[in-house]
Design a protein around this ligand. Structure first.
Ligand SMILES: [Zn+2]
Length: 270
């Protein structure tokens, strides 16, 4: 090995140790040739990169809803398949960085989530915070921008898929599915109208959260500037535990989304 190569290898090793490997922060699955829908699942994964040492939490804690949205990814995949959509999903736990929050949001890297302190997030140095933004948020956000650019000609809407815990601070939540909107409420309103009146399910607008809780970041940042109708769907996670439940909910949602889209384009053509 020449002296120069040795030096090069040394620098490579150095730069790798200075920039710890977060692994993939974002994944893209394209389910159709010319997708008319972009589906986004920010909280798909509970993976914590090895160098962050589980953020000081027990493995069991990292399987809980504070680390990710259990069941959301299989539902997002099923929905995307039904719609022939392009799906963009996160590859890192929201406790490392919540990709549905801008870098200046206090809960983008939460020091506390529900009743849990997150030791690995307390007293973070500026450099550690910048690394999370650069290695998790930026690649996720850039991929969304890229995919919207690539599919701009045929995209008609954005749908984000999330799940929430049935019991929050000891209270049982009655709402089963939440239809949420940000600055543009067209698709959310059309979906609420497309839901059959005799449906045996508790579906609510802007429940159990709303834009006031800061959850509309992806919608407002990535769909609204393009005039792309958009909606955030929150599913109570006890309804999407089994593969059969996930497939069933995906089918129900696909029907609501397509019915709402048809109603909206009919209105536009009148
Ligand atoms: Zn979520």
């Amino acid at each position: 090995m020449t002296q120069r190569m040795k030096l090069w290898n040394f620098f490579q090793m150095e730069s790798q140790s200075l920039k710890p490997a977060f692994g993939p922060a974002v994944h893209v699955d394209q389910m159709g040739d010319a997708p008319s829908v972009i589906v986004v699942c920010e909280h798909a994964s509970n993976r914590v990169p090895a160098h962050l040492d589980g953020l000081g939490l027990k493995d069991e804690t990292l399987t809980r809803h504070i680390a990710w949205d259990p069941g959301a990814l299989p539902v997002a995949q099923g929905l995307s398949q039904q719609l022939g959509a392009v799906l963009v999903h996160g590859g890192i736990s929201r406790l490392v960085y919540d990709c549905n929050r801008p870098p200046d949001a206090p809960d983008a890297i939460p020091e506390r989530s529900e009743v849990f302190e997150i030791p690995g997030n307390t007293a973070l140095s500026d450099a550690a915070r910048d690394a999370r933004i650069a290695q998790v948020y930026r690649p996720f956000s850039s991929m969304l921008t890229e995919q919207i650019g690539v599919h701009r000609a045929h995209l008609r809407m954005m749908v984000t898929v999330h799940s929430f815990t049935p019991i929050f601070r000891d209270q049982m939540r009655a709402v089963q599915i939440g239809i949420l909107h940000g600055d543009d409420d067209r698709l959310a309103q059309a979906m609420m109208q497309s839901i059959p009146a005799d449906l045996d399910m508790n579906v609510q607008l802007n429940e159990p959260y709303s834009a006031a809780d800061g959850v509309a970041h992806t919608l407002n940042r990535h769909a609204v500037p393009y005039g792309l109708p958009n909606v955030m769907i929150e599913i109570r996670n006890d309804l999407i535990e089994s593969t059969a439940q996930q497939a069933n909910i995906a089918q129900v949602l696909a029907h609501w989304v397509t019915t709402a889209e048809a109603a909206m384009s009919e209105r536009n053509n009148m």
